[in-house]
Design a protein around this ligand. Sequence first.
Ligand code: NZQ
Ligand code: ZN
Length: 380
Amino acid sequence: MKNFIFQNPTKLVFGKGQIARLSELIPDDVNLMITYGGGSVTKNGVHEQVKAALKGRKFIEFWGIEANPQVETLRRAISLGKIENINYLLAVGGGSVLDGTKLIAAGIASDMDAWNIVLKGYSENNIPFGTVLTVPATGSEMNQGSVITRKETQEKYGWMGTYPQFSILDPEVTYTLSEHQIACGLADAYTHVLEQYLTTPGQSRLMDRWAEGVLLSVMEIAPKIKENPRDYNLMADYMLAATLALNDFIRMGVTQDWATHQIGHELTALHGTTHGHSLAIVMPGTLRVLKQQKHDKLLQYGERVFSITEGSEQERVDKAIEMTEEFYRSLGLTTRLSEENIGNETIEIITKRFNERGVAFGENQNVTGNVAREILKSCV
Ligand code: NZQ
Ligand code: ZN
């Protein structure tokens, strides 16, 4: 196990009716700005619950943080926040609103342009914020991550913001998600675990079992949610699984991959592919191309998650990869670029971008532009 420091300061407030606690969670004496997406919260009663919980308090609202939040929009929120002396934020929405709010929190506390903060990769100064999560998927409600798009150049990069002070997770707010949104959310959570688990074996029994527990839970609830997306207990497990998949808990002292995410971000930046869907396409390709490097862990994964015990080692590894792709398809997602009319031109753009940036992703830092090309070609 590698050395690590663990500190996750986010207070998780989980369950039915918990949005009503907002008033006790947000300090009394702050200048508050609430941030939202495009309006889904007005259709499912979340906006009303937030307003009711904050009755009598003064706040301003910023609407219109889009899916895959754009720096161009966030700059406007930062300007407004500075003019209004905002010193506390509340993000109400999915991962995009939360990620966008992390950049607003940094931008208000800084003189740097918001895109330069993203390129720098982190921010020392941030105003505090809390969240009301409406899409279980990204883990943004309990991590530092934030992924921002620059529309002008079709670029999408992750950077490290600050942890939310608190996050309210009420599974009932998920009842209005579409089947496709749920599929993408489950795929995202599942892939987050794979990015932190499918690397080198023997680093930590504890992290392995924890990760496998989240994978098995997601696989177990996925078909049941399809049948009944309004079952409270199912949606509660889904919501908590997505948080646990990316809140630092399953990656203590172990190596991580994240190549699939980096390639997926490019598909989203260039084609608007929904985040979770981009991962369902790329992850099986990453496993096919890196199956020798990941051989031993793929065997363990196959046995413990898919109960694959028959056949030669090579056959078992191949079967584990096939079953991973099948799982994504069972959610209702396509897993091939050709199914999304994405072709060679895109593959070459991504290869060129990675080569120009000189990047090398993955647990062994060997997923360069040329390896990304191989991965994408195996996804056609
Ligand atoms: O904008 P509104 O009108 O609110 O509609 C949203 C949006 O169109 C809608 N929605 C949200 N809650 C709803 C709802 N519709 C019905 N019922 C509800 N309860 O859903 C749409 C998508 O929302 P979005 O926030 O984009 O989804 P998600 O939570 O999947 O977030 C995706 C973003 O997070 C980033 C992704 O790259 C992407 O930009 N990620 C962030 C990570 C992190 N912070 O650690 C890690 C992830 O790997 C990921 O990269
Ligand atoms: Zn993700």
